[in-house]
Unconditional design. Structure first.
Ligand code: HEM
Length: 484
């Protein structure tokens, strides 16, 4: 199950459309790769109920084709006790929403292997402790503070796209006939969200390359992989560097400026330097952990949103054409992408008391996975959940609220979670994805997927599905003349 922390660690190991693990040989016979939308028959109980074998979670089949399996869970085992992995899965939208709001009954306290790399972060706190830390900087990522940053975000995107003209990198190919082929991940989406975060935090431009290295090392060191040591070392380097910045900014804060050079506010590091908890200034360790969490939360997630959105839109040319004609539709495209294919599978929680749900008793202290991607495909909430439709009228696409949204038959998607831990970066990632995409579209005339270079599904012909997570690469052909 991929949570906000663990999804970040696995992305570096994935190649192409889906992963085939080395030890899949053992299970491959029982879980062949199926046509999309069809589950492997795992047998039936005498009353006809489909059986569910949790070994499927570890297969390549599940990675690329998860939704028919989640449908079985939602319909027949809304609380599934997975004895193999020693945890429980909650898969229906309404149940997950209720659990997220029950901050007392379902807490986030137990430390995962991410703690070593990210440090003590609010992700793993509940109740009052969580609220006090969240308020430290959440306000700087929303509202007017965010609006003030829009010109700077736009400038970062423009600079990255302009650099395509001057590069001979293998992921920006001039075909010599007025067309270009670009791999959108390396040319834009991998780094753009990190640059935005780096700037909003207030890292000096000259630290950007180091920052990108720390980010990659920390992300690949989450989840207890063999790269954990590298992640720890990168965090130490980051902390050493931040210690210097903090010492300077405790004395002399630094500011963010608008395009006219007017001050729009202090950067987040300067804000954290002057913040107090219980009357004490935050320690350098606390500031570093906050930075590590913002970096960790804001990179891979937004990268995935941008790439998945373009992949889905370009496979639905009629919808893409409408977006090209009406830039306001990017908002709907962003939210429908996150409903259809977000890169965060769900979030782990531990229950404080014994809980009974759908006739299943979950003993206190159990690991309970809230499967956000299953909630997003719950047909009790979203009609034809497997179709990508930016015009669907059952998805709420307005301003996201911590209190969730359910009005006139429309619910928000669950990609940003809901309740006390609702992603504080939701609005900035939205802005990045939409503004970045609008600028990409200004530059790329008649963009289409270069199918030759993309991974294929099991028939060897169709494009690989996104499955769980985000696509790794997106090769696009486009014409170089300016749009008419
Ligand atoms: C499409 C992009 C994004 C997605 C899908 C996403 C998803 C999520 C989710 C599901 C959570 C809830 C975790 C929980 O319930 O335990 C979360 C929390 C968080 N996200 Fe995001 N996120 C995105 C972008 C960002 C960005 C851009 C930032 C920072 C600039 C960010 C920073 C955070 C932080 C700090 C938390 C912890 C909040 C807390 O525990 O109170 N995220 N994110």
């Amino acid at each position: 199950m991929s949570s906000i922390a663990s999804v970040l660690s696995t992305y570096l190991d994935r190649r192409g459309g889906f992963t085939v693990a080395a030890d899949d040989r053992v299970t491959a016979r029982e879980f062949p790769l199926m046509p999309l939308g069809e589950a492997v028959d795992m047998g039936h109980a005498p009353d006809g109920t489909p059986l569910f074998d949790p070994r499927v979670f570890d297969t390549a089949e599940f990675q690329r084709n998860p939704y028919p399996y989640y449908r079985i869970l939602r319909d027949h085992y809304p609380v599934f006790h997975d004895k193999l992995h020693n945890c429980y899965y909650v898969t229906r939208y309404d149940d997950i929403t209720a659990c997220y709001f029950d901050d007392e009954g379902f807490n986030t306290i137990p430390k995962g292997s991410s703690s070593g790399v990210l440090g003590n972060t609010q992700l793993e706190l509940s109740g009052v402790e969580h609220r006090r830390r969240r308020n430290l900087y959440g306000q700087h990522l929303v509202g007017q503070a965010l609006q003030n940053r829009v010109p700077a975000i736009r400038r970062l995107a423009r600079d990255m796209i302009a650099a395509w003209d001057a590069t001979d990198a293998p992921y920006v190919i001039d075909n010599g006939d007025g067309t270009r082929t670009v791999e959108l991940g390396r040319a834009f989406a991998n780094e753009f969200p990190i640059r935005v975060v780096c700037q909003v935090l207030g890292f000096p431009d000259e630290a950007r390359d180091d920052f990108y290295y720390w980010y990659n090392s920390m992300m690949s060191g989450l989840g207890g992989s063999e790269r954990h040591q590298q992640g720890l070392e990168a965090r130490q380097h980051l902390e050493d560097y931040v210690a210097g910045l903090v010492a300077e900014r405790r004395v002399t804060p630094t500011y963010l400026y608008d395009e006219d050079g007017k001050v729009i506010g202090k950067d987040i590091i300067s804000k954290l330097c002057e913040s107090k908890l219980d009357g004490d200034f935050l320690s350098t360790e606390e500031i570093t952990s906050n930075i590590a969490l913002i970096v960790g939360g804001g990179g891979e997630t937004t990268r995935g949103a941008i790439l998945n959105m373009w992949y889905l839109l370009l496979q639905h040319p009629d919808q893409f054409e409408r977006v090209c004609r009406d830039a306001a539709l990017w908002d709907a495209a962003f939210h429908e992408t996150l409903r259809h294919s977000t890169s965060i599978g769900g979030q782990p929680r531990h229950n404080t008391f014994d809980v009974e749900l759908h006739g299943v008793t979950i003993p206190a202290g159990s690991l309970v996975h809230m499967v956000d991607v299953s909630a997003n495909h719950d047909e009790r909430i979203f009609a034809s959940p497997e179709s990508f439709d930016i015009f669907r009228n059952d998805l709420y696409s307005g301003k996201l609220l911590r209190s969730g949204y359910r009005k006139d038959g429309r619910c928000s998607h669950m990609a940003f979670g809901v309740g006390p831990h609702l992603c504080p970066g939701a609005w900035i990632s939205h802005q990045e994805s939409v503004l970045g995409s609008q600028l990409l579209l200004e530059h790329m005339h008649n963009p289409r997927i270069n199918t030759e270079r993309m991974p294929k599904d099991i028939d060897g012909v169709r494009l690989a599905p996104i499955g769980l997570g985000a696509i790794r690469e997106l090769w696009i052909d486009y014409e170089m003349q300016t749009r008419g």
